[in-house]
Ligand binder design. Sequence first.
Ligand code: PMP
Length: 365
Amino acid sequence: MPSLSVLPPKCLQKPLLVPHRHMFGPGPSNVPSRILEAGANPVIGHIIHFTGTGHTAMECAIFNTVESGDSVLTAVNGIWGERAAEMAERIGARVNTIVAPPGGFFTNAEIEQALSKYRPVLFFLAHGESSTGVLHPLDGIGQLCQRYNCLFLVDAVASIGGAPLHMDQQGIDILYTGSQKVLNAPPGTAPISFSERACQKIFSRKSKPVSFFLDLNWLANYWGCDGKPSRVYHHTGPVTAFFSLRESLAVLVEEGLENSWERHQKVAEYFHTGLESMGLKLFVKEKKARLPTVTTIVAPHGYDWKEITSYIMKTHNIEISGGLGPSVGLVLRVGLMGCNSSKANVDMVLGALKDALKHCHKSKV
Ligand code: PMP
């Protein structure tokens, strides 16, 4: 008679089998073996970095800079501005949004008008809007934020390493990304960076941030960057995930940031030309606003987008995805990020799409 009434699940008695898949959706992307192997190093004590995914970094930025009753402005041209607005609302901020249609973006004049109207303490903008495939121009916005005494928060989860970005020159106060996209590391860690101005605001706030886990007073000490001689236990970081992240950054350094930006741009243009020559349409009309890491394709007329993505997964072992938030039903999304950004992979995706359009059901109307 077993002494336990609940037996261990049978599936845990079999070896773990993870299928190989081409991860060409908006993330996570494939992790090269060099980066995976770095994560197989032995676990040691605490080291420096952010624990948690892109959402954690987003909440960390908002929770530490905004106090209840503060005014916050978010730019909504997809799902990420909506989420930032919701996070700020949850901590009692007065939130206003500027809204562009999915696939669109904002001019500096529109942003300035809203800054002057709402006088926010924080302005959120997604550099790479992965739900709509937009790369937002950044020049001049940081300087506008400085003029209106507002911090400039930029989400670069889907863009860092794959598109040009200059945190200091562009006057960005808080910038975060995720490990699982262009960096090709496993999900679960999120690099984040703060300007001097952001630190001044964060460390002079009147109330404590609502989250203990994301309180930067604690995290700065944990990361060893608060100038104090000793570090106090805060939480247990996913050390092996940090090893992989470190290796992914080493891979980027070896290629060179500018080379990586250029490669992503060239591959994206090659992909876009291939899609258009198949008769497919790109969702983002303005060429310079197309995100080179995640491409949004107008959902082909007469087809069910879900049938296309499942066909491609089943027949070609390739993961691509449909829309998200305001782009649901409107687009197919293909992410070619980091090591996945190559002309050979573009050819593979174009072949799979051609095949899907031939074999999936097409309505006559
Ligand atoms: N921002 C953007 C632009 C993203 O693409 C994502 C992930 N899809 C996130 C934030 C959230 O990241 P995570 O899923 O790692 O929490």
